[in-house]
Design a protein around this ligand. Structure first.
Ligand code: TXA
Ligand code: MG
Length: 329
């Protein structure tokens, strides 16, 4: 397949929308990561998404809408608390899980009776959804298991020749995938941590909001995460990655020594220390891909303290990238 490259001009977004309407696939920018979009109501478009990514078909897709009202046709019930969250946070980096109507095919929801819905803030994304006239199912636009794409070039590296079009939009400002909040129970629960924190959800709703206990550590057989995607190996660079936690200066010292030792053995090594959770979120996936492109054998990375929720969200990805290879300094 010949992948066409489009700009964010209205003319080009119209071309992209025609592709979506015809059942094809278009990668597009969002404020979190690039998405690989297809008509969420068309089972064959969803199947194509799984094929292009090499993704297991029991891992459901997120349906993207351009306005909150569009959710009404997709869910059996839009509870008061879900309305409050939508009003406070959408458009933005939050996905809500609600009970689905029959119109949403099982191919899109991986056979679940719930559907994940998000209204993204990125203008190109919203215009594309609006012009397509349908909700757009979009997982991150990477090959399954690779770091999520935060620039269109990352998408091109993974999916050129496998999808109909790529919109060459701006680099993503958020850098990690949306927070997923389960709104099907009495209390909201975070199924995937992101830039919208549980504190923010609590503040909007005046209710407690916890993380799904199954997402806290490495996947274990007795703890099954409610977001099926959280059980898979994810975000893995080709290089071997190791994290160093503890006092920053001490940790950087240990990292410098380890880098020197590895380089003396002839390995290519890169060390990374982010300034803040936001800095880490914005740059982590791009840095992992850059390390692979440079042929690094090892990535040594300073681990952020888990006290702040934003750090917790980034560390969720960093730990998976490193296969939970972390030392306390
Ligand atoms: O920021 C994002 O959410 C990006 C951009 C493109 O919007 N999309 C994204 O999609 O990260 P994806 O497919 O890579 O991740 C979707 C996650 C998976 O972990 C999946 O298991 C979960 O959402 N999910 C989808 N539908 C669900 C449902 N009905 N119940 C629970 N989890 C669900
Ligand atoms: Mg993904």
């Amino acid at each position: 397949m010949n992948t066409i490259y489009l700009t964010s001009s209205d003319e080009d977004i119209k071309k992209a929308a025609e592709i979506i309407k015809a059942g094809g696939l278009v990668a597009f920018p969002t404020e979190t990561v690039y998405g690989l979009g297809g008509n969420a109501l068309n089972p064959s478009a969803s199947k194509k998404i799984y094929e292009a990514k090499g993704r297991p078909s029991d891992n459901p897709l997120i349906a993207h809408i351009s306005k909150t009202e569009e959710l009404i046709s997709l869910v059996t019930d839009f509870p008061e608390n879900a309305r409050k969250l939508a009003t406070a946070i959408w458009p933005g980096p939050m996905t809500m899980v609600l009970h689905k109507k029959d119109i949403v095919p099982n191919e899109t929801t991986g056979g679940l009776n719930t559907v994940a819905i998000r209204c993204p803030a990125n203008e190109t994304a919203r215009r594309l959804i609006e012009l397509s006239g349908v909700p757009i199912a979009a997982p991150s636009a990477n090959t399954s298991g690779r770091p999520s794409p935060t620039r269109w070039q990352h998408v091109a590296n993974d999916l050129d020749g496998k999808i109909d079009a790529i919109i060459m939009g701006e680099p993503c400002i958020g850098g990690i995938e949306s927070t997923i909040v389960d709104m099907t129970e009495e209390l909201p629960m975070i199924l995937r941590p992101g830039l919208i924190t549980p504190e923010r959800v609590s503040e909007v709703l005046g209710l407690d909001c916890d993380y799904d206990p199954a997402i806290k550590g490495p996947a274990s057989p007795d703890m099954i995460p409610k977001a099926p995607g959280m059980k898979y190996k994810h975000y893995a660079p080709k290089a071997q990655m190791k994290l160093f936690a503890g006092d920053r200066e001490k940790a950087l010292d240990v990292m410098r020594k380890e880098q020197a030792e590895l380089e003396a053995k002839g390995f290519n090594v890169v060390s990374i220390a982010y300034e803040s959770g936001d800095d880490a979120a914005r740059n982590l996936f791009g840095d992992l891909r850059a390390a692979d492109a440079h042929g690094e054998d090892y990535i040594l990375c300073y681990a952020l303290s888990l006290e702040e929720s934003i750090n917790y969200s980034v560390m969720n990805r960093m730990l998976k990238s490193a296969g939970y290879n972390i030392v306390e300094v």
